[in-house]
Ligand binder design. Structure first.
Ligand SMILES: Nc1ncnc2c1ncn2[C@@H]1O[C@H](COP(=O)(O)OP(=O)(O)O)[C@@H](O)[C@H]1O
Ligand SMILES: [Mg+2]
Length: 260
């Protein structure tokens, strides 16, 4: 059976989407069957796979109960990697999505039906805690938290960790923290050292050893609608995502979580 990992923190611009796309592809390259699900109304995951015509619908239609989840799975163009896109949403769509996400708990069921087919289902969350993100966390086995080395990110980290505790008490006792990964990192700066030190001290079992360095290659890759792993496989960032995938897989093997 596979595992559902959501990528979440209630903050934008921290590398959630970049991590969701490149980590998914890194795991697929290692031979795992991966499904990337975009549940952020800004709908940016699919752009990396040059998917822009979702004629069979998107995750939005699954939330609205007008499509079955298996009907909105698209080929990413890369081996072992499939993608469920989110259609680019208008303001009205976003409001509707929030209402649907608060009301229906169908995502957990819908995704669980896919776990026989996929080793990993990776979900890119919106930069919020309530509504859609809570619905996604209820459907997940774990949450991977990307943060940047800033004071505000540490505050947001506290918020999501508290939110996971609340969800553990109320609606999903099995939700675990997959880990915390430092993204868009500038390892030579004082603030990066300080934050890493604080993270290791406070969360020694949660912080990933691998951090993702800041590089212009990521921006160039997104301009070209490609994952950085494809745009420049030799870049520091591409190598870091492959290392992160190794670390994540090893952690899961050590915990004996999968596979059957
Ligand atoms: N490792 C990195 N180095 C440089 N820029 C990055 C890196 N990761 C992400 N970015 C850039 O930072 C911005 C925010 O990243 P994104 O993944 O969209 O964050 P989020 O999904 O949390 O809003 C984007 O412009 C992206 O290209
Ligand atoms: Mg995003």
């Amino acid at each position: 059976m596979g595992k559902i990992i959501s990528i979440a923190i209630p903050k934008g611009g921290v590398g959630k989407t970049t991590t969701a796309v490149n980590l998914s592809l890194a795991m697929a390259k290692k031979g795992y069957e991966v499904l990337l699900v975009d549940v952020d109304p800004s709908g940016q995951c699919a752009a990396s796979f040059k998917l822009n015509n979702y004629k069979n619908g998107s995750i939005f239609d699954v939330f609205s109960s007008t499509k079955k989840i298996e009907d909105v799975i698209y080929d990413s163009g890369y081996d072992n990697l499939s993608c469920i896109p989110m259609r680019k949403s208008s303001y009205n769509d976003e409001v509707r999505l929030l209402i649907l996400a608060e009301k229906v708990m169908n995502l957990r069921y819908a995704l669980s039906t896919l776990l026989v087919k996929f080793d990993f289902i990776i979900i890119d969350c919106p930069p919020s805690l309530t509504g859609t993100t809570t619905n996604i966390l209820n459907a997940s086995n774990s949450v991977l938290i990307p943060i940047r080395a800033t004071k505000y990110s540490m505050d947001e980290l506290g918020r999501i960790l508290n939110h996971v505790k609340l969800i553990n008490k109320t609606s999903n006792a099995n939700l675990k923290i997959e880990g915390i990964v430092l993204t868009i990192d500038e390892p030579k700066t004082k603030i990066s050292h300080k934050i890493k030190k604080e993270l290791i001290l406070k969360y020694p079992n949660l912080i990933f050893k691998t951090s993702i360095p800041k590089t212009i290659k990521v921006q160039e890759a997104s301009f070209d609608n490609q994952p950085v792993l494809v745009y420049d496989p030799q870049s520091s960032c591409a190598k870091a995502y492959l290392k992160l995938a190794d670390e994540l897989i090893l952690r899961n093997e050590l915990r004996g979580i999968f596979f059957e």
